[in-house]
Design a protein around this ligand. Structure first.
Ligand code: PCA
Length: 216
């Protein structure tokens, strides 16, 4: 069995749902893929606290793979991320009202870390399943990047046997139906299927000890 930890985020930015959280709830309610022992965690959209919650989940579940998810409203596709950067630069306050500007995630940490999940393979498999997907070179500088960097720093400094990375998902339909502006969205079923594909591919990579060195 390959232990896979999937994390999602709580709603933020005035939204009442977060599609990453909805997808993970659906995943947890379903039977896990063959050979996968799935655990999940929901993280607060708060700089620093999100990293602490992710680290606590890793300590509790001792996974071989950590897949972190978040919402990227406005994107047209599911986007596995290549890089986490050492920068907190919030365009608006987090759920605790904090708005760090031009601050490092980890003082004296490397400028960036690359995902160690097979993101090119994920994108290909998602597209083959009819789900819009694309590689992304930036997870932004908000709380998603914060937790992604915190995860890759944990792996680099304390848990080299672990593989991990981050996938952003677009809005789900229900979030955009009543907006005055037109925003792209996917169905929650498609988002959940994309996450399931990411879980299966990551678990297979961990099983083969196939660590991805250069992202994508
Ligand atoms: N998306 C935000 C933070 C939480 C989430 O789901 C981001 O992209 O940083």
């Amino acid at each position: 069995m390959t232990r896979v930890l999937v994390t999602a985020f709580e709603p933020f930015g005035g939204e009442t749902v977060n599609p990453s959280q909805q997808a993970v709830q659906r995943l947890a309610a379903d039977t896990a893929p063959v050979g996968v022992e799935l655990s999940t965690a929901s993280l607060p959209v708060v700089f620093g606290q999100a990293i602490e919650a992710m680290r606590a989940a890793v300590a509790a579940h001792d996974p071989a793979v950590v897949l972190c998810l978040g919402e990227a409203g406005g994107r047209v596709a599911v986007t596995p991320e290549r890089f986490a950067v050492n920068l907190n630069d919030a365009p608006f306050p987090d759920n605790a009202g904090c708005r760090p500007v031009d601050e490092p995630v980890v003082v004296d940490g490397p400028v960036a870390y690359a995902s160690t999940l097979p993101i090119a393979e994920m994108v290909e498999a998602m597209r083959a399943a009819g789900i819009p997907a694309a590689k992304s070179s930036t997870a932004g500088n908000y709380v998603c990047n914060n937790v992604f960097y915190g995860l890759m720093h944990l792996i680099a400094t304390e848990r080299p046997e672990l593989i991990g990375g981050f996938v952003h998902v677009p809005y789900m339909h229900e979030q955009v139906l009543h907006r005055p502006d037109a925003q792209p969205s996917l169905s929650i079923e498609q988002i959940t299927e994309a996450v399931l594909i990411a879980v299966k591919i990551s678990a297979a990579a961990a099983g083969e000890r196939r660590h991805i060195i250069a992202a994508g």
